[in-house]
Design a protein around this ligand. Sequence first.
Ligand code: HGY
Ligand code: MN
Ligand code: MN
Length: 430
Amino acid sequence: MTQQDSLARHAAELAQDHVNSGRLQAAIAALAAFGGRDDGGVSRETLTDIDLAARRYLIEQARALGCEVSTDDCANLFFRRAGKADLPPVLTGSHADTQPVGGKLDGAYGVLAGLEVIAALNEAGIETLRPIEVVAWTNEEGSRFGPGAMGSSAFVDPACLPAYRASVDGANIRFGDALDAALAATDDVPRRPMQRPMSACVELHIEQGPVLERAAVPLGVVTGIQSVRWYRVECTGVMAHAGTTPMDERSDAMATAVGIAHQLYAYAAAEAASQLRLTLGRWQVGPNSVNTIPGKVEFTIDVRCVDEAVLARFEATLDAMMAQARPRQGGVTYQCFFRRPPTHFPAAMLSLIERACARASEQASQGKPLHLTSGAFHDAMYLAEHCPTAMIFVPSKGGISHNAAEETAPHELFLGAQALAYTVAALANQ
Ligand code: HGY
Ligand code: MN
Ligand code: MN
C-alpha cells in the first residue's frame, strides 16, 4: 500500500469514527417536521410549499456546515464541501420528497447522512483532495408528477427536462410551473449547469424491503437495481343512469377496467416464479359518482422484475389484453410513461463499500454486510450512467416503506452513516 493509500485509509477511518448518532437522529427528526403527520409519517410531496420549506431548511443547515450551495434547472440542490484541488467532486445524497403518505427516512436519510458526513469531516479536521457534494434530487418519487427520478435523470440528460415540464398532477398543475416557483424561491442560490462531471456517487438509503432484517444484518452492499415500467391505462365507456340502464345495455368503463385488472393479477400470479411485482396503485374514476355509470376510468400499472425479459413478455401480453378488452362502446388505450432497464453497480465500488460496511459492522460486533439487489428504484440508477456509482442499505423494520410506519433502528442508521463516511472520504482522496 502506497503512503497516499494509507493516508486515504486513515482519513476514511477517522471520518467513520467521527459520525455522531445523536446529531443524525436530531437532523432526521427536524426534517421530518416538514410535513409531519399525526400517525408519525411524513407528507412532503415534491415542490409543494412544505417541500420548499424543507429545502430552505436544508440550505440553511448546509451553509451552517460551511458548504457552498448551488442548484440547477431542475431545482436539484447541491451542498459542496471544498477539496484541496478543484477536481470533479464525490457525490452523495438522495431525495427529500416523499410519497403522499411516506415515512421519515425514504430519501431524507441519504441527504441527512450526507450532511452528517460533512459534519464528521469538519469535526475531524479532515481535508480531502476532492470536493464532496451532497445532493437533494427533485421529484424522485414520481407520485405527484410522473415519472419518478426527474431531477437525477435530467441532471444526467438535460434533454429530458422539456417533456417533464409538461407533466401534470391531480390538480392539473404543470411540473414546469411548480419548478419555476421552486427556482424563484431559491433565487439567492447560484444555478450551475447540469451534467457536471462527478468522480463517483454513493447513495445511502433504507432497503424498504425485508431482506436485511430477515438476515439480521445491519448493512447491505447494493449490487444493482431491478428494472421497472409504469403504464397509464384509460378505459372509456358511456356515462348513464345507475338506476334506469339495464345491465346488458351499458358501456361501463369500470367493468372494462376491473376486467383488465383481474387479468393482470392472474398474470402476475402465474409469473410468481420470476418474482414479477405488479401494483395498480392509482385509480381515477369519472365522474366518480355513486349513481352514474363510470364513463372514464384511468389506472396506473407499476411492474418490476430483476429480469427485464420478463417485463418485455409482460408488455407483449398487455398489448393483447388491451386489444381483446374493447367494450361495446368506448375504448381502451394505454401508454408507458416510465421505463428503466436493470442497473448494475461496478465491482470496484462494491469492494470499497464492502470494506466500509465491514469495518463499521465489526466495530459494532455485528454481522458481515450482505450483497443484495434493490427492489426499489433510486436516483443512483441514473447516476450509474454518469460516473462510478453504488449504494449502501440499512434495514427497514418489517420491510415496510411508503407507509407512515417506516422505521429503522437508530444504531442501524448510525452504522449506515459510518459506512457512508468511510466510502465518501476514501473516494474523495482518490
Ligand atoms: O418507487 C420506487 O421504487 C421509489 O421508492 N420511488
Ligand atoms: Mn427513495
Ligand atoms: Mn420512495
